[in-house]
Design a protein around this ligand. Structure first.
Ligand SMILES: C[S@@+](CC[C@H](N)C(=O)[O-])C[C@H]1O[C@@H](n2cnc3c(N)ncnc32)[C@H](O)[C@@H]1O
Length: 332
């Protein structure tokens, strides 16, 4: 989908685009003050919501009206004291709900998008490195990773149909986050070892405590051999949404680690949203990666070339639906 008319975006399109931030700010604010948690299962007046949230009554009422206009609340009754009920996905936006993590992640990123001009001018990300974020703001980093799990469940690729990740395979999930893909693959019968930086590995052990079938390995894959597992011990290495965080030199390092982790004939499976994903996602996602990381959303052909350069043969498309891209390469 491209925006605008046949003659390009008209003035009304520009007006829509430059005011689009208002809708995200309304949801972000409601999540920050936990409007959806305050309302809970009951219908409430604006003054009751303001009391529970500790907010000013007049703007809270208007915020609730805006949420009702966006179909996240229902407004019942007219006059001076209408009540508001949650609608649609609103309950998941209450504190602790899956969509509240997603909203918090995007709220953080929205602030950084305001500085996109800095990245465009300098070519450098404005967001501190992931390691720095883990140290300086562990709570929001964990929320960020939880949001990735939610995204994987909502719009992630179904990897269970890829033979190399199937039942009985010894899969190393390199940079697996909090189990976005390790969980569905283990559910499907794969033997998964999830490799993560030590701080994330600790959270992962906590969140996956009930999953005896997923082993968590704490390692910095850029500094240890064979991604931190025994050389030749993996049938398959999965790299999901990892390469776009890394510059080319670090991509080469982790791909070399993957080769060493794999048995001869094993495979690497790379999942990415490529820079040439259908519009408008591809370019927007690439900008996001450049704001956020030293990496970028590479085009499908660029990822394939990096795999070949790293010694993977018969690189093929794994056949998942766009905007996701899966490439599979065999260890020669
Ligand atoms: C964008 S997240 C993707 C998480 C998950 N694979 C997914 O698809 O949702 C990238 C993950 O790679 C991990 N990571 C990045 N560099 C790493 C390194 N050098 N060693 C181990 N893990 C790393 C990060 O901690 C983060 O959880």
């Amino acid at each position: 989908m491209t925006e605008g008319t046949e003659d390009g975006m008209d003035a009304y399109g520009v007006l829509d685009a430059v005011t689009a931030y208002q809708r995200s700010a309304v949801i972000a604010t409601a999540v920050r003050v936990d409007v959806f948690g305050a309302i809970g299962e009951a219908a409430m007046t604006a003054s009751a919501v303001a009391r529970v949230c500790g907010t000013a009554e007049a703007p809270t009422r208007t915020l609730l009206d805006a949420l009702a206009d966006m179909s996240l609340l229902a407004r019942d009754g007219s006059g001076t004291a209408p009540t508001y009920r949650r609608r649609g996905a609103a309950a998941q936006l209450a504190r602790g709900g899956a969509l509240s993590d997603l909203a918090a992640k995007e709220d953080y990123l929205a602030g950084q998008w305001q500085r996109l001009d800095e990245t465009v001018r300098t070519g450098a990300p404005t967001i501190p490195s992931w390691r720095r974020r883990l140290e300086d703001d562990p709570a929001s980093s964990r929320t960020f990773l939880r949001a990735l799990v939610t995204l994987a469940r909502m719009i992630g690729a179904d990897l269970t149909g890829i033979a190399e990740l199937g039942a009985g395979r010894a899969v190393v999930d390199a940079g697996g986050g909090l189990g976005s893909y390790a969980v569905p693959l283990a559910d499907h019968g794969a033997h998964v070892r999830l490799v993560e930086l030590p701080q994330v590995a600790a959270w992962c052990r906590d969140e996956l405590a009930a999953r005896a079938d997923i082993e968590v390995v704490a390692a910095d894959m850029l500094t240890v051999p064979a991604l931190g597992v025994a050389p030749g011990s993996a049938d398959t290495v999965l790299m999901s949404h990892l390469l776009h965080d890394l510059d080319d030199a670090d991509v080469r390092t982790v791909l070399a680690g993957a080769r060493d982790a794999l048995r001869p004939g094993g495979a690497v499976v790379v999942l990415e949203i490529p820079g040439d994903a259908p519009a408008p996602l591809g370019a927007m996602f690439d900008l996001m990666m450049q704001i956020e990381t030293p990496g970028r959303a590479r085009r499908a052909g660029e990822v394939a070339e990096l795999l070949r350069e790293a010694g993977f043969d018969r690189v093929r498309d794994g056949g998942v639906a766009a905007p996701n891209l899966v490439l599979v390469g065999e260890r020669g």
